[in-house]
Ligand binder design. Structure first.
Ligand SMILES: C[S@@+](CC[C@H](N)C(=O)[O-])C[C@H]1O[C@@H](n2cnc3c(N)ncnc32)[C@H](O)[C@@H]1O
Length: 218
C-alpha cells in the first residue's frame, strides 16, 4: 500500500481503493516500473486517472503541464484529447525529456505534445496559448508563482489540478523530512492562496498525495 494514501485515509480503505483500481498493462505498466526503479516521482495511478477523466469531462483541447518527468501523466492527458489537441509540458531535465520522447512515440501520442525545455518560471511568461486545463506538478516552492503565471492563460471555466498538496501528511501535521521544510511551508501557503483565490472555486481532494482541484470562475 502507498504510504501517502495511508497518511490521508484509514489503512483498510486505502488498501481497498488500491485493489479496486485496475492495474495498468503494457506501456503504462512499463513506465511505472521504470519510475519505481529509477526513483522518478510520477503521479499516483489514481491521480493520473483523475487527470484523464477531468480532461475528457471538460472536453479539453489544450492542456498545460508544469513538470513532465518521463511523460506518465502526459500520456493520460494526451489520450483524452481530440486528434488535433495539444499538451504543452514544461521540463528542464534532458534525461527525462529523452526518456519521455521514446515513451510518447511508442504510445502514438508524440504529435499531441509540445515539450518546452526549461524552468517553468522562464517558460511560462513566453506562452501565448489559451488552455482548458493546467496541471501543476514541479517544484513545490514555486507552486504559487506557477498558479499566478498560468491563470491568465487558462480560459474561464477551465480547470486547475495541483498534485502533492498534502505532501505525505506533512502539510497538515509535523515535518518529518527536514529537507522538505521549505517545500512544506510553501505548500501550506499555496493551499491558503488556492482555496481563497478570487478567480477560483477550489478544493483539496484526498486523492493520491492531496490533489488540488479548481475551476476558474473569473
Ligand atoms: C513530480 S515530477 C513530474 C511528474 C509527472 N507530472 C508525472 O506525473 O508523470 C516533477 C518534474 O518537474 C521537473 N522540474 C524540476 N524543476 C522544474 C522547473 N523549475 N520547472 C519545470 N519543471 C521542473 C523535474 O525535473 C521533474 O521531472
Amino acid at each position: 500500500m502507498k504510504a501517502r494514501l495511508d497518511a490521508i485515509i484509514r489503512p483498510e480503505q486505502a488498501e481497498y481503493l488500491e485493489r479496486l483500481l485496475p492495474a495498468n498493462t503494457g506501456l503504462l505498466e512499463e513506465m511505472e516500473a521504470y519510475a519505481a526503479e529509477h526513483r522518478v516521482p510520477v503521479a499516483d495511478r489514481e491521480v493520473a486517472r483523475f487527470l484523464e477523466i477531468t480532461a475528457r469531462a471538460v472536453g479539453a483541447r489544450r492542456v498545460l503541464e508544469i513538470g513532465m518527468a518521463i511523460g506518465y501523466s502526459v500520456i493520460h492527458l494526451a489520450r483524452a484529447l481530440p486528434e488535433d489537441g495539444l499538451i504543452v509540458t514544461i521540463e528542464p531535465d534532458d534525461s527525462m525529456i529523452e526518456r519521455s520522447e521514446d515513451f510518447l512515440r511508442r504510445a502514438g501520442l508524440r504529435e499531441r505534445v509540445r515539450i518546452e525545455r526549461g524552468a517553468a518560471l522562464d517558460v511560462l511568461p513566453r506562452l501565448t496559448e489559451t488552455f482548458d486545463l493546467v496541471f501543476l506538478d514541479a517544484l513545490k516552492e514555486e507552486y504559487s508563482e506557477y498558479l499566478e503565471l498560468s491563470l491568465p492563460l487558462l480560459r474561464t471555466g477551465g480547470v486547475v489540478v495541483a498534485d502533492n498538496l498534502l505532501w505525505g501528511g506533512q502539510v497538515a501535521g509535523e515535518i518529518r523530512a527536514p529537507e522538505q521544510t521549505a517545500s512544506t511551508q510553501a505548500l501550506r501557503e499555496f493551499n491558503q492562496r488556492f482555496i481563497h483565490h478570487p478567480q477560483l472555486l477550489a478544493e483539496v481532494l484526498p486523492v493520491g498525495d492531496g490533489l488540488g482541484y479548481a475551476v476558474k470562475t473569473a
